[in-house]
Design a protein around this ligand. Sequence first.
Ligand SMILES: [Zn+2]
Length: 93
Amino acid sequence: MEDASKEYYAAVIIHEAIHAYFRTHSGNDEEIEGMDHERMAINCIDPTAHFLKELYGISYVDASALEWRTVMQNDAYQVATNFQVYDGSNVVS
Ligand SMILES: [Zn+2]
């Protein structure tokens, strides 16, 4: 990951902070079978992509792609054939 962009580093840091938030608020010390990533894929892509967009002045599509990259091991990502990026456009994989 040493060759990754600062935007991707930020996406990973946000991702890990969300894990910490889930651990703190769920009462479980460990994630249950990928549930954190599933929850992130459903609830966190849009707000975190907006944050990255504003922080670095990158496009919303690029910011969304960085956020999806952090949860690409989950079932929602694995079975998806397209990704709604919430701004009305649709990116087909
Ligand atoms: Zn994770």
